[in-house]
Ligand binder design. Structure first.
Ligand code: FE
Length: 186
């Protein structure tokens, strides 16, 4: 039977070479760099896996690469949330799902954050609803996983460096299956 890691690897094998919207790296490079940042900062295994698969929703559906130019918010985080929640616990699915809201949160709460965003990320922010209102900020902070989502977001924003060496996707195989097994073991 195919494991969750097999599924993840085959999704990246199929679509991982596609461009990461408006950036100089592929989807696979972006995923690997995000996971590597998480690893370097000593994140839990669940959060490292969340970092690796946070954009999987982009890869599950045929979403045009220039969707933001077309004025379409592809809602990849909703597509991804469903897929992830069937395979992992909330400690993976929620931070991944919330990484878009975390951008809106950071824009509202961190004065310096907006200046760090890439052009493509600023463009998609408008489609995602712009900075959070103070009511939205309070609501976001009630989510048990909001800090993980914010951490993931900051790694996500950094993970756009062309040619940065990282561990290979295959090296996460065991970790992905171990984290997935904890969900079914609950
Ligand atoms: Fe991302």
């Amino acid at each position: 039977m195919a494991t969750v890691a097999d599924e993840v690897l085959s999704i990246f094998a199929r679509r991982g070479e596609s461009a990461y919207y408006g950036e100089e790296v592929s989807q696979l490079e972006h995923a690997l760099q995000t996971a590597y940042c998480a690893q370097q900062e000593g994140a839990s295994e669940a959060l490292i896996v969340a970092a690796l698969v946070h954009d999987i929703g982009h890869l599950l559906e045929e979403i045009p690469e220039n969707s933001a130019d077309l004025g379409i918010d592809a809602k990849h985080e909703e597509i991804g949330r469903h897929w992830l929640s069937e395979r992992f616990g909330m400690d993976v699915a929620e931070p991944a799902h919330l990484h878009v809201s975390a951008k809106r949160y950071l824009c509202a709460t961190d004065r310096d954050y907006f200046a760090t965003l890439s052009a493509a990320s600023v463009q998609s922010l408008a489609l995602q609803g712009g900075a959070m209102t103070s009511a939205e900020v309070r609501e976001f902070e009630e989510n048990e996983f909001y800090r993980d989502a914010v951490a993931l977001r900051l790694w996500d924003d950094k993970a756009k460096i062309p040619g940065l060496p990282t561990p290979a996707l295959d090296s996460y195989r065991e970790m992905v299956n171990a984290v997935a097994a904890r969900r079914s073991g609950r």
